[in-house]
Design a protein around this ligand. Structure first.
Ligand code: WT7
Length: 652
């Protein structure tokens, strides 16, 4: 990170719309007003430890009570010291003596249209049996288990079974290559692999087992592999190493008490890409993570027992860990889970699911919302979406115009939107509106959740003034925080704790407006510096997206002799034809929206933007293309390689 990146950033965004929570919504909400939020926030701020301890005592099951709330040896935190609990117990067993026993836990639809529902009692039984299978194969507490599976209920079962016996899971998104699996297996020294024969994606079979076979050639620590039959494709099974899930389950007993585990027992490792090529294994542990995802799920999604909650992420990402599996299940929620693509067999698949199942809350990503906008409103209008009461987004900033579309077309103007800011590292949501309490502004993640103390600082660690961009840091430990990078303490300290004294460095830029609302301005490395003015990518992009012809845009800086950096933008059109006229119009439009300073120098039209597999725009690659660099850096996380080739081909 370079020193100059710590200066302030200028904001050019003008967004004045405010949407108060609908009174009918507030009347029934857990937190009903801004005053109520403030009271809770202030209480947590005054004494974070007793704030969290009270919830922990009431809302988690303790085999042994904790004796100390927080032990903080910066940058290492131990929460709920001395206690013993179990995440799988909190997600399952706790509900079995209640009215939730036969309530739907997972409501699942496969891509081909097959359906399954597992009640809490059924899910508990499957998890117990699979936990016994793991034990049979020699997996015990502390062993690492690598999971590479499609979005089927067995993925959640495998995660919960690991949690039940204290095995540490490392879920690898089923789109990654054999090489990526092998790297992660090697880093985690995984003992066991769990996979499926294949998975469905847009009507085609993803040959997961074949990919795993290749990965296991280079994963010497992995001794055994369990294979779920999902698709029925031909696979090779290696004698003595590979076992069919159903054969093992046939013999397995459903009696498997949850193992009492130390509060800080590792729960999972999840790899996320860093600025260097080597992925970081983010390490999360038991009690603090469990409490944090449960509380944030209840606060942010205002969960009620009769709701069907749908988070469209994959369990291969932190969003799936925290808000498909651990948060909702600890809260006793009914969770919708879908296996496939949003445009299979047609672009209305999500809206069809919402109508058919009566989904009440939809939590999805801006990249998906931009795709829906591009596909056209007719797919939405075919369906009755009146069951929805709340919408959420995560993963990137949402452009205000995309927010407005989501609000009107999907939410029918009546559903609050929670724009949730957080990271793999934070474990759970850190900043978000509370839907019954916080007036929303399109494009802002609004305010921190109780117990979270963010600051915005310059390179010297001083707070920057209102509406001045700076580094977003967190000033006090919270229960859901990462506990380290697997096997790399040095990198943990270096990356997150060495820039700003006594603060966790998020790596994002942000500003606070005059109402105390937070606006994320993008990653620190993505700032564009034009004639000494430091601009944020999202602001330029949002101005472009507010033009009716534009579906999606990415802004990057490229070297310029006079201005330092010039602004290059890549634009995906809805259905307009690219032309010089449109190019001029877009320049004028940005000039009008935010000023001459931010007017793009280069505008390139493209059919698609290079994205990570989790849907984030890879601005780093676009920077290389915009500055005419031949070689581009690491592309292993790129979702669609052809996009890059096309962009380069478009060049002269
Ligand atoms: C980075 C974390 C958190 C689960 C999915 C992503 C960006 C995330 C928002 C938001 C603006 C956001 C940040 C953050 N980000 N949510 N609501 N507004 N930016 O997890 O892959 O660890 O990425 O995503 O840049 O640092 P992740």
């Amino acid at each position: 990170m370079n020193e100059t990146a710590g200066g302030q950033i200028d904001t050019v965004m003008q967004e004045a719309r405010v949407f108060p929570p609908p009174p009918e919504f507030s009347a029934q909400a857990r937190i009903k007003s801004l005053e109520e939020y403030r009271a809770i926030y202030d209480r947590a701020k005054r004494d974070p430890e007793s704030f969290w301890a009270e919830f922990a005592r009431e809302e988690l099951h303790w085999f042994e009570p904790f004796t100390k709330v927080l032990e903080w040896n910066e940058p290492y935190a131990n929460w709920f010291v001395g206690g013993k609990t179990n995440v799988s117990y909190n997600c399952l067993d706790r509900h079995l003596e209640t009215a939730r026993r036969h309530k739907a836990a997972l409501v699942w639809e496969g891509e081909p249209g097959d359906q399954r529902t597992l009640t809490y009692a059924q899910l508990h039984r499957e998890v117990c049996r699979f936990a016994n299978v793991l034990k049979e194969l020699g997996v015990g507490a502390g062993d690492r288990v690598s999971i590479y599976m499609p979005m089927v209920p067995e993925l959640a079962i495998a995660m919960l079974a690991c949690a039940r016996i204290g095995a540490v899971h490392s879920v690898i998104f089923a789109g990654f290559s054999a090489e990526a699996i092998a790297d992660r297996n090697h880093d985690a020294e995984a003992k066991l692999q769990i996979t499926a024969d294949g998975g469905w994606r847009r009507g085609k079979v993803l040959p997961l087992k074949a990919t795993v076979d290749e990965a296991l050639e280079k994963s010497p620590t992995v001794q055994k592999c369990i294979v779920l039959r999902r698709v029925g494709n031909e696979v090779s099974m290696k004698e003595g190493r590979d076992y069919w899930w159903h054969e093992l389950m046939d013999q397995a007993s459903a009696d498997c008490p949850a193992e009492p585990l130390d509060s800080e027992h590792p729960l999972f490792i999840l790899y996320t890409s860093g600025s260097t090529g080597k992925p970081k294994g983010i390490r999360h542990t038991t009690a603090g993570y469990n409490l944090y995802v449960k509380k944030t799920f209840e606060w942010v999604f205002d969960y009620r027992d009769e709701d069907l909650f749908w988070c469209t992420a994959d369990c291969g990402w932190i969003t799936g860990h925290s808000y498909i599996v651990y948060g909702p299940l600890s809260a006793g929620a009914s969770v919708m889970m879908y296996e496939g693509a949003p445009n299979w067999p047609a672009e209305d698949r999500f809206w069809r699911i919402i109508e058919q199942y009566g989904v009440n809350t939809l939590y999805t990503a801006p990249t998906a919302i931009r795709a829906f906008i591009k596909w056209g409103d007719e797919h939405v209008e075919k369906h009755d979406l009146s069951s929805l009461r709340l919408l959420g987004t995560v993963g990137e900033g949402i452009n205000p115009e995309a927010w407005m579309w989501y609000h009107e077309k999907i939410g029918g103007g009546r559903c609050p939107i929670v724009d949730t800011w957080w990271q793999t590292e934070t474990g759970g949501i850190m900043m978000s509106p509370l839907p019954g309490a916080t007036p929303t502004k399109p494009g802002s993640c609004t305010k921190p959740l109780p117990g979270i103390l963010p600051r915005i600082v310059d390179a010297h660690g001083n707070d920057v003034p209102v509406n001045q961009g700076g580094w977003l840091v967190i000033a006090h430990p919270w229960p859901g925080m990462l506990r380290g990078i697997w096997g790399d303490d040095e990198r943990y300290v270096e990356q997150y704790w060495s820039q700003v004294p006594r603060c966790y460095l998020t790596g994002d830029n942000a500003r606070i407006d005059e109402d105390g609302y937070y606006w994320i301005m993008g990653r620190i490395d993505d700032v564009i510096n034009v004639s000494g003015h430091r601009l944020s990518t999202i602001e330029v992009e949002s101005a472009l997206v507010s033009h009716e012809a534009v579906a999606e845009a990415a802004a990057v800086g490229r070297p310029d002799e006079i201005k330092g950096q010039a602004i290059a933008v890549f634009v995906v059109l809805k259905d307009a034809e690219p032309s010089d006229e449109l190019r001029n119009e877009l320049r004028q439009h940005v000039r009008k929206e935010i000023g001459a300073l931010a007017q793009p120098d280069d505008i390139r039209f493209t059919n698609a933007l290079p994205k990570t597999r989790s849907g984030k725009i890879m601005r780093r690659l676009l920077r290389d293309i915009a500055s005419g660099k031949e070689t581009v850096g690491d592309t292993s996380t790129l979702e669609d390689y052809t996009v890059l080739a096309k962009l380069r081909g478009d060049e002269e």
